[in-house]
Design a protein around this ligand. Structure first.
Ligand SMILES: Cc1cc2nc3c(=O)[nH]c(=O)nc-3n(C[C@H](O)[C@H](O)[C@H](O)COP(=O)(O)OP(=O)(O)OC[C@H]3O[C@@H](n4cnc5c(N)ncnc54)[C@H](O)[C@@H]3O)c2cc1C
Ligand code: FES
Length: 226
């Protein structure tokens, strides 16, 4: 934001949907506040994209289990829509999504569309319900007993707040998933995005360069990451 500063923002749209791309920005501080004040048609500066993405092409033919917590849905929505736009290339598509409350649910039209599709198994929960909410209440791990999958055919992609990873991975492993079949995105503390500032470092890895998407088998021993 010229005159204000910059902030890392994830690409939320799928590369299959060309011509434009989508960012979803929560207003929390200076940069995001200034973005929310922009008039339609205003100019912003963008550098990137940086880092790794979910290697979806390696997973063709596999069953996909996507676990998204809160605003983790913003980046992983790109992966979900990529799979939907190449639906014939993948096996089952299972999506588990958890929000803190019904008011904080994102992309509600898309959630409804996914849940209406025969070729998507969509399960959702909120940590705390309200009068409007008729669905599951509880943290995202409460959805795991409700699904069955073949651990030898399934790839699990997990994106959410740092606290979520440890508990989701415990549930995934209880279902028999090997470490190599779990993919995590550690989108944290990034500043420069180009391997210079060191803010995103976990042990010898730079999230902005080596990640943010990692195979869990490569980072599982990094206690700082989980
Ligand atoms: C890889 C990556 C991807 C991301 N993707 C997205 C995305 O897609 N969408 C998105 O919305 N965000 C995303 N974020 C988060 C976003 O980059 C940060 O929230 C960023 O700091 C926002 O910049 P800002 O200048 O608006 O906020 P900052 O001014 O940096 O404020 C950041 C935090 O400080 C708090 N804060 C600010 N001012 C005050 C104050 N006066 N008193 C108390 N607390 C205060 C805010 O509540 C906020 O939690 C991503 C972060 C990373 C690392
Ligand atoms: S964000 Fe600066 S080194 Fe990774």
């Amino acid at each position: 934001m010229f005159g204000t500063g910059e902030a890392p923002i994830s690409v939320s749209s799928s590369p299959t949907r060309t011509g434009s791309f989508e960012l979803v920005v929560r207003k929390v501080g200076n940069v995001t506040g200034a973005m929310h004040n922009l008039a339609e048609g205003a100019t912003v500066g963008i550098r990137g994209p940086f880092g790794t993405s979910v290697p979806v092409d390696e997973y063709k033919g596999k069953d996909m289990l996507i676990v998204a917590g809160g605003i983790g849905l913003v980046p992983v929505r790109s992966c979900i829509n990529y799979i939907l736009d190449n639906r014939q290339d993948f096996g089952r598509l299972m999506i588990l999504f958890g929000s803190r409350s019904p008011k904080e649910r994102l992309f509600t039209d898309e959630l409804a569309a996914w849940s209406a599709r025969d070729d998507v198994e969509f399960l959702e929960t909120v940590d705390k319900g309200d009068d409007t909410w008729k669905g599951n209440v509880g943290v995202i791990t409460t959805l795991f007993p409700k699904i069955d999958f073949d651990p030898d055919k399934t790839i699990c992609v997990v994106v959410g707040p740092p606290i979520m990873y440890r508990f989701v991975i415990i549930e995934a492993k209880k279902k028999g998933l090997a470490d190599e079949r779990i993919v995590v995105s550690l989108e944290r503390r990034m500043k420069c995005g180009v391997g210079k500032c060191g803010h995103c470092q976990i042990n010898n890895l730079y999230c902005c360069q080596d990640g943010p998407v990692f195979n869990y088998s490569k980072v599982k021993d990094y206690s700082e990451a989980f």
